[in-house]
Design a protein around this ligand. Structure first.
Ligand SMILES: [Zn+2]
Length: 402
């Protein structure tokens, strides 16, 4: 069956025309087949090669449009246009694990809202939930270490999507992914406890740069801390590998009837990055990859998403250093968990998407000096309540495109 421009397929057997959503899709080997409703024949589907726009909607936008079931003007129109663009397969809506982290944090007294909001988000993305910041950090760093000559520096496989550009045919079973909420609820400490940690971290950073002259000093400081974290992760990983090797040799010696004398080294202090280091180099030649990673870090080369993240953290540190936004009641929004989720959204997904929404305050932060420099390397458009009108114009242009 051939696809026409109107989102329909024409049966090559009997000429019957049917909408993509009505095609029953079958798979035989690698071939995609569709069943004609009229002559009941299975015919290979010739799927058009398309490039959808990837649109990342942050939690504030999704909550807004979700609540916009009540009449709120522009949000409601935006939702309608997004859904229409999705129907005609010009956009793919990206919902990530960061959304599931945020949604899972909605308190139990709003359990019903939490479930419904998640269902809404999950359906927007057809159940294809993209990864979180550390998944993307892992994928980007891994590619830097593998030294592949990639044609696409930011493939969508990095963000954990199977194939967002594939033409969707027929009724697809959408997984609910509700396990994500349960998992995050089970393993995430209470918000106040996390914010307490963030407060300690940022205030310690402020104390550690007593003669700060501006945001560039903050950036150097933040980058130094990230390098230290990664370095400690690599050290811990190597120590653990050495230990495993030693134990293996010990067991082998025992099996041959010897009782070897070994000195068991002191167990290393664990580092938060150790497991991530393991994920990054999995499947690569360990020694070569770690050496290359250390060399890259000496030259201050880190992956793009971490660069964006460090830039935002530097601006936040500079704000805190100057004593701005010191209201403890607003710590969560300004520096705490809520802000960290915004930082996750922007730093992880800007390199991959065509458009991304964020809240107004985060949008302002994106225009600050060092953040703007990093974001300028990517074509993604950023929208917030401040310019939802421009978002609508962008959507209208996509709708009007032939
Ligand atoms: Zn037919």
């Amino acid at each position: 069956m051939l696809c026409s421009e109107q989102n329909c397929f024409v049966c090559l057997h009997c000429g019957h025309v049917q909408y993509a959503v009505d095609v029953v899709q079958g798979r035989k080997k690698d071939e995609v087949r569709g069943r004609c409703l009229q002559c009941k024949t299975w015919i290979p589907l010739q799927l058009p090669s398309i490039r959808k726009k990837l649109v990342y909607l942050d939690q504030s936008f999704l909550s807004d449009i979700y609540c916009a079931a009540n009449d709120k003007g522009i949000e409601k129109r935006l939702l309608r246009k997004l859904q229409e663009l999705k129907r005609v397969q010009r956009i793919f809506l990206v919902v990530s694990d960061i959304h599931s982290i945020e949604t899972s944090a909605i308190p139990d007294k709003y359990a019903e809202k939490r479930t419904k909001l998640w269902q809404f988000q999950n359906t927007l993305a057809n159940g294809n939930i993209a990864g979180n910041f550390y998944d993307i950090f892992t994928a980007q760093t891994r590619r830097m270490l593998a030294e592949h000559d990639d044609t696409d520096p930011f493939p969508f496989t990095d963000i954990g999507l199977h194939d967002p550009h594939r033409w969707q045919v027929g009724i697809n079973v959408v997984p609910t992914n509700s396990w994500r909420l349960r998992l995050h609820r089970a393993y995430t400490p209470p918000r106040d406890e996390i914010n307490e940690k963030f407060l300690n971290i940022i205030d310690r950073q402020v104390e550690n740069i007593p003669d700060c002259r501006g945001v560039r000093d903050c950036l150097n400081h933040v980058l130094g801390l990230w390098r230290k974290d990664i370095q400690q992760g690599i050290d811990a990983y190597q120590q653990q590998s050495d230990l495993q090797l030693l134990m293996k040799q010990y067991v082998e010696a025992l099996e041959t009837g010897h009782t070897p004398v070994i000195q068991v080294p002191q167990l290393p202090d664990d580092a938060p990055f150790r497991r991530i280091v393991g994920d990054v180099i999995e499947g690569l030649d360990e020694t070569t990859a770690l050496q290359r990673w250390l060399r890259l870090m000496k030259k201050n080369q880190i992956c793009p998403s971490l660069r964006i993240r460090a830039a935002i953290e530097a601006e936040l540190l500079w704000i805190r250093w100057q004593g701005h936004r010191s209201n403890p009641k607003k710590f969560n929004e300004n520096f705490g968990l809520s802000r960290q989720n915004d930082v996750d959204h922007v730093s992880a997904f800007v390199p991959y998407v065509d458009a991304l929404t964020t809240d107004g305050d985060m949008h302002n932060l994106c225009k600050h000096e060092v953040v703007a420099e990093e974001l300028a390397r990517f074509p993604a458009k950023i929208f917030s309540k401040k310019n939802y009108d421009e978002f609508e114009v962008w959507l209208d242009t996509l709708l009007a495109a032939k």
